[in-house]
Design a protein around this ligand. Structure first.
Ligand code: HAM
Length: 407
């Protein structure tokens, strides 16, 4: 038997209702806040992610579905299934000259992403994200709006206890000084760090703080190193920005917790980063994550444009939300006269009702059984009804039955 690929899942009809509810709630909330939907392709040139997400990240180094296509000029056409959508949205923003529109440009998206990870609870190879990206505003109120949107969306989905963890990574300058400090203090422990951290030490030392290896975590817990991690390294301008983000979050009544270890797994961030986690999800606890990325548009060939956004994992959210029940049909037509059933079902559908029938011309009892499970009303059409020119309609909830001339 051919089965679905490891790390992928069919979303079956009984769960699709909850998915639709999640999408509908997101659409309404984001449209209310003036975000427009954007749909970009699910594959892009590999270079976009190498440059955009960053070649020191696990995503680019280990997790990309990359293909060579195009026959003779194979290497020129290396494409990758998108592991995330910020890079793709930035590419579209630049390609379509959206910088010419008055700022802010506010976009949102929903769609599948692909990462070649070891599948486990909350971690798939094809998963879905809902995200927003806001371009053109460097003010802290923009960071706060984006964090508030993520938080309000999760509250709307019934998850009121979740708290956003926030941190500021500073600007390139203050971060570079911080990176040097971290390297200095970790140098004596270099050969005790895991192989990944040895690479991170050279390529992107901040990423080490995100390491899940227990030995590394123990090293980072050492007082001397902790003092550096917890030190106030960001410059005055970045500090003011961060303080203002927190002020706006207070004004917006958004609960948050500061976490100096929060560095995120993608390279493009500066200043504000945030994650919203739920203990109920186990080890893959992040439901949403995002932050500011003021350098990415320019790095991908556009004009210097500040930006901030977040993405939320729909499979992880699905685990946490109350499931939606299937709506019952308005009518189920019970009849052994297939011609009449076909005609009546179409008539009801044309009038805007949901309606169906048995198709198999089974015994009345069987048809009633099906009607009882799937519909609010049964329309009965037998010889009596045809001869008398009426329909018998039974309310399947109250049991009330009546004869009517018109449906
Ligand atoms: P990310 O933290 O890599 O950020 O992913 C966002 C969310 O996607 C995670 O919090 C998680 O819920 C979900 N997710 C990630 N990987 C998987 C997986 N393998 N299986 C299931 N769910 C997963 C980004 O992707 C950034 N583009 C967010 C962003 C937008 N930053 C600024 N704008």
């Amino acid at each position: 038997m051919i089965k679905a690929q490891r790390g992928t899942k069919d979303i079956l009809p009984e769960s699709v209702l909850t998915w639709q509810y999640i999408e509908k709630t997101a659409r309404e909330l984001f449209q209310n806040a003036n975000y427009k939907e954007i749909r970009t392709p699910i594959f892009e040139g590999t270079e976009l992610f190498k440059r955009g997400v960053g070649d020191s990240t696990d995503i680019v180094n280990k997790e990309m579905y990359t293909f060579s296509v195009g026959g003779i000029n194979k290497d020129e056409n290396s494409i990758t299934l998108r592991p995330e959508n910020t890079a793709g949205v930035v590419r579209a923003y630049i390609e379509h000259g959206m910088n010419k529109v008055a700022a802010p440009v506010k976009l949102w998206y929903f769609g599948p992403m692909f990462r070649y990870e070891r599948p486990q609870k909350g971690r798939q190879r094809q998963f879905h994200q809902i995200g927003v990206e806001m371009f053109g505003i460097d003010k802290p109120a923009a960071d706060a709006e984006v964090i508030a949107l993520a938080s309000n969306f999760l509250s709307k989905m019934g998850l009121r206890e979740l708290v956003a963890e926030i941190n500021s990574l500073g600007c390139t300058e203050c971060r570079n000084k911080y990176k040097e400090k971290i390297k200095e203090v970790l140098k004596p422990y270099l050969d005790k760090l895991c192989d990944d951290c040895k690479v991170r030490y050279e390529k992107n030392p901040l990423r080490m703080l995100d390491c899940k290896n227990e030995d590394c975590i123990k090293i980072f817990d050492n007082d001397e190193i902790k003092n550096v991690i917890l030190s106030d390294f960001i410059c005055d301008e970045c500090k003011t920005h961060y303080e203002d983000v927190k002020k706006y979050l207070d004004i917006l009544n958004i609960k948050y917790k500061e976490n100096k270890m929060l560095v995120r797994g993608l390279d493009y961030y500066n200043r504000t980063v945030f994650e919203i986690k739920s203990d109920a999800l186990g080890s893959q606890s992040a439901v949403a994550g995002g932050g500011r990325y003021d350098g990415l548009v320019e790095m991908l060939g556009g004009e210097k444009t500040p930006a901030v956004g977040f993405a939320l994992g729909v499979e992880r959210l699905y685990e946490l939300v109350e499931k939606q029940e299937d709506n019952k049909l308005d009518y189920f037509v019970v009849s052994n006269l297939t011609d009449e059933a076909v005609k009546t079902v179409q008539y009801l559908r044309d009038k805007g009702y949901s309606a169906d029938f048995d198709f198999q011309n089974r015994k009345f009892g069987k048809q009633f059984e099906k009607a009882g499970k799937t519909a609010k009303n049964a329309v009965i059409i037998g010889e009596d009804e045809i001869n008398g020119g009426y329909y018998t309609v039974k309310n399947l909830i109250t049991g009330e039955q009546k004869q009517i001339k018109e449906l």
